[in-house]
Design a binder for this molecule. Structure first.
Ligand SMILES: [Zn+2]
Length: 70
């Protein structure tokens, strides 16, 4: 799901198609913890591409590292 060279990409929402934009990869929050994933502002979480992290800071650092590698 992570596209090389694109830090933020727009995906079509599985529920509403092109009517709403799925944003990501970004740090998302759930009951299980913080993770890197894609989020639709209208429909909620769309996809998770990382493991769960204990804090938002760790998740943000992991996202930075991913962007530096790809
Ligand atoms: Zn949507």
């Amino acid at each position: 799901m992570i596209v090389k060279g694109n830090k933020m990409i727009d995906l079509q929402c599985p529920e509403h198609g092109s009517k709403c934009k799925v944003k990501g990869p970004q740090v998302c929050r759930s009951a299980a913890g913080f993770y890197i994933g894609y989020y639709c502002p209208d429909c909620g979480p769309y996809d998770r591409v990382s493991t769960y992290f204990p804090t938002e800071e760790v998740a943000e650092r992991a996202l930075q590292i991913c962007e530096e590698i790809i």
